[in-house]
Ligand binder design. Structure first.
Ligand SMILES: CCCCCCCCCCCCCC(=O)SCCNC(=O)CCNC(=O)[C@H](O)C(C)(C)COP(=O)(O)OP(=O)(O)OC[C@H]1O[C@@H](n2cnc3c(N)ncnc32)[C@H](O)[C@@H]1OP(=O)(O)O
Length: 170
């Protein structure tokens, strides 16, 4: 995979919360109306990320026709949304809330509508409030070389303070 995103080589280790979603269970949606994971987001992705060992999670995105960009292939923004959500949900296994500051996507190959896309995400480590995460996507039916990959820099926030301030803006 190619990327210009720089992951510091001296990250602090991140730790799974004691009360994190059990391995094999679906990480609960953080907001029922979330475009990425919310069951009530009618036009959303409805991602269900299964918690893995440590700070990892996996989900499958059915690449529906409504997700098309170019003819027959996924829209780049939809893939970016799915990657953002996958890393955001995986970060929640730490028991903290972190919002995206930087999102980097490597669109290595076209992803066809009608296929199933497996996404494997993991937290790479921390630097103070900064969380570095990555995600890699494969064709779920014929795994081989990754079709795309992503990195994110997330910042841990106090969710009440963050979203109260965000919603108070005129
Ligand atoms: C109530 C429960 C609700 C639960 C909801 C769960 C939702 C979440 C689920 C997830 C859903 C999916 C996810 C979504 O979709 S989240 C939605 C999309 N993201 C946002 O809306 C975030 C908007 N941005 C902000 O609110 C602020 O800018 C944040 C909070 C990110 C930082 O502002 P804050 O004032 O707090 O902190 P700081 O500015 O001191 O920065 C802190 C550190 O970070 C470094 N830095 C910052 N930006 C950048 C950058 N661009 N490049 C490189 N570095 C950057 C900065 O240098 C500093 O580093 P250092 O100097 O310490 O080394």
């Amino acid at each position: 995979m190619k990327t210009t995103f720089v992951v510091p080589d001296d990250l602090e280790p991140a730790r799974r919360a004691d009360d994190a979603t059990a391995v094999g269970d679906v990480i609960p949606p953080h907001n029922k109306r979330c475009f990425g994971c919310g069951p009530d987001a009618m036009q959303g992705l409805h991602l269900q990320a299964i918690a893995g060992e440590g700070l990892t999670a996996t989900a499958v995105l059915e690449v529906e026709r409504r997700f098309a960009g170019g003819p027959g292939v996924i829209h780049g923004g939809i893939l970016a949304s799915a990657f953002d959500e996958m890393m955001g949900l995986t970060n929640m296994l730490m028991g903290t809330i972190a919002v995206t500051a930087v999102l980097d996507v490597d669109y290595a190959a076209p992803i066809q509508v009608g296929t199933s896309l497996r996404m494997d995400a993991r937290v790479l480590g921390l630097r103070g409030r900064k969380v570095y995460s990555e995600v890699v996507a494969y064709d779920a039916a014929t795994p081989g070389d990754p079709l795309a990959g992503g990195h994110g820099l997330f910042v841990v926030v106090d969710p009440v303070d963050h979203f109260t301030r965000a919603n108070a803006r005129p």
